[in-house]
Design a protein around this ligand. Sequence first.
Ligand code: IMP
Length: 190
Amino acid sequence: MTTLDYATEVIPETDLLSRVAELGEAITHDFRGRDPLFVIMLNGSVPFGADLVRRVDLPAEVDFLGLNRFGGGGRIGIAMDLSTPVLDRNVILIEDIIDTGLTLTVLRRMMTDRGAATVSTAALLDKTRRRVTDVPVEYRGFEVGDEYLVGYGLDWRGLYRNLRSVWAVLDQDVFATRTDFLAATLSARG
Ligand code: IMP
């Protein structure tokens, strides 16, 4: 793993992909006979979601949901709604990272209110120490610390979602000035 003076690689690509495969196996096992509807949260969960659904060996549907966040406190609106009805479906929400848990709490309630038969969550990363509300996460990839993370879907001001591994930002002020971060990640990959 590579360490720069302002960021460090915390989860390499191989670890991400092998953990995602394990989550896919667990979902395949648990949902046999009750085909899931995957809801991939835009935009951050697209890389994780694309890898995860390809590790689930069941007939499954995939849809996308985009949210707008208003300030703190978990107030959210719908920027892009699902095109699939969730009534009587076994919904699996696919989230990149759970922080306070407020977004996930609202989302789960939204699916229940729409009549989903069951609602589960697959989250790649979980900042468990920052949780302010108790919300279940049935499939969790990695527990992580408090650092700001980028890569594999996670962004910094819209950038770096396309990195293949997950990096922690060590110094946000320095990071904001480093236009050579992408080049550094590429040379770390070799
Ligand atoms: P929550 O409602 O506080 O759980 O917020 C979860 C959302 O915050 C995620 O879907 C991300 O969009 C964002 N988020 C939280 N931590 C990070 C991070 O370290 N990097 C990038 N986005 C993050």
